[in-house]
Design a protein around this ligand. Structure first.
Ligand code: 5AD
Length: 453
């Protein structure tokens, strides 16, 4: 009765939230299984950023409800962004759901499951279903305990929740609420604990990390609270690499640029959402910067680290985006020369300003634009990987590769490397001499100097 399977859709924040729910359930005596067929309880942690993500989860829930026919005690829950976005309407659509938990209530999941199970055992009134979607002050501080997975090399750390921006396309302010930061000391404690359990790399997560603590903590010595946090994490012994996602161009100031010069553990890979490379579209999206300002940030980062790696999010087919607007965007996208990008076809989100904008773009045209950007990305990403041929790259060994008997890890620039190694090298930084490059991976041999094998 206590085997739980959690399926996660969407972003890294969702993955981190799922880890937290798993950790709190284990503490309560539940076991987390990695196969839905072995589970008595299935929880779907959902994404609302695009309609497709919601439809996938709804489809999955529809499929899973059949399990209740074979096993009346089977429990099915939906958590996270879609729960928050659609609320109790979800229960109307999927009456078999037992549990609907919003983004500020992940920590309540063990209590809710206990209640559902007790009532099923005749120890209480049977609630038809539990819906818990309220806001909760301080809920950003509840995403914190890691169960140090044996051999975990890299960990996500949630530093804030929510977003106060009003991008015309975006549902996130509704699903994640207003910006709330965790205190610096609590984050430092968590990362210290992770380092002690063997973690080498942390990725700091927030919907808009450049706004971290800006209303709660003072600027010190010209440095924003986010940069102060990066400095403190850079000082933690055992942590070798720091990454973060996502910053906003508006908050990407000189102090953050200089952090890349001053903090050796901060990896030279910046995920900086562009959304559009055309000022008219940026304005329509309510993104408060121009492409010229964006380029200025990119150039200032390249000044500090000439081989800086860049990644982005970009939307094609935003309402009113003409062919000329798109061509301008695509040209800018090419000019930056991204190493990695997530290209999104605009998806209408109910309740956002862009929902009611005229001149929605037909699906086939979005598809075409999507392909244009993917082709540009393919070229720039391959060019970068080919430029690394013959060089030596520092790689953090993560574990066995998916296929074959090779191992995999990432360079500081977040390129995937594939090489021969053995178990003892997991969690170590090694030097890799690159001798083959494809668009997605680097291949080569580990240079043995300094490495005990
Ligand atoms: N349609 C398509 N993509 C979207 N994103 C956010 N909202 C939408 C939408 N309505 C993309 C943005 C954001 C990423 C997480 O998802 O590019 O940065």
């Amino acid at each position: 009765m206590n085997r739980v399977y959690i399926k996660t859709y969407g972003c890294q924040m969702n993955e981190r939230d799922s880890e937290q729910v798993a950790s709190s359930l284990r503490d309560r005596g539940y076991s987390i299984v990695d196969n839905e067929h072995d589970a008595d309880v299935v929880l779907l942690n959902t994404c609302s950023v695009r309609d497709q993500a919601e439809q996938k989860a709804i489809g999955k829930a529809g499929y899973l409800k059949k399990r209740k026919v074979e096993n009346p005690n089977f429990l099915l829950g939906v958590m996270g962004c879609m729960a928050q976005n659609r609320g109790s309407e979800l229960i109307d659509r999927l009456p078999d759901l037992d549990l609907v938990v919003g983004t500020q209530k992940f920590h309540r999941v063990p209590d809710h499951l206990d209640n559902l199970i007790q009532s099923m055992n005749g120890q209480g009134p049977r609630p038809s279903s539990i819906v818990d979607l309220a806001e909760e002050a301080g809920s950003q501080n509840t995403i914190r305990d890691h169960i140090g997975k044996q051999g975990q090399v890299s960990a996500y750390v949630s530093i804030m929740q929510g977003c106060n921006m009003n991008c015309a396309f975006c549902i996130v302010p509704k699903t994640r609420g207003r910006e709330r930061a965790r205190p610096i000391e609590e984050i430092v404690d968590e990362v210290t604990g992770l380092a002690e359990s063997g973690v080498k790399e942390v990725t700091l997560l927030g919907q808009i990390v450049t706004s971290y603590g800006r209303r709660d903590f003072p600027v010190v010595g010209g440095k924003s609270p986010f940069v102060q946090l990066l400095e403190k994490i850079n000082d933690i012994r055992g942590i070798e690499r720091i990454r973060f996602t996502s910053p906003h161009p508006r908050g990407f100031k000189q102090d953050l640029v200089e952090a890349y010069r001053d903090l050796p553990k901060l990896c030279e890979y910046v995920h900086l959402p562009l959304q559009a490379g055309c000022n008219k579209t940026l304005r329509a999206m309510n993104r408060p910067y121009t492409k010229e300002r964006y380029l200025e940030i990119v150039e200032s980062l390249r000044k500090v680290v000439p081989h800086m790696y860049f990644s982005t999010d970009i939307i094609v087919g935003f309402p009113g985006e003409t062919e000329e607007d798109f061509d301008e965007s695509a040209k800018f996208f090419e000019e930056i020369g991204y190493d990695m990008a997530y290209v999104f076809k605009y998806s209408i989100r109910t309740g956002t300003p862009a929902e009611v904008m005229p001149d929605q773009i037909p699906t086939e045209e979005k598809e075409r634009r999507n392909q244009v950007l993917l082709d540009i990305l393919h070229k720039s990403s391959l060019k970068r990987n080919e430029s690394l041929l013959g060089t030596t790259q520092q790689v953090l060994v993560e574990g066995p590769a998916k296929k074959g008997d090779k191992f995999t890890g990432k360079t500081r620039g977040f390129r995937t490397a594939i090489f021969d190694a053995d178990e003892r090298l997991i969690g170590q930084l090694v030097d890799l001499k690159v001798d083959r490059a494809t668009v997605s991976s680097l291949y080569g041999d580990i240079e043995l100097a300094g490495v005990e094998r």
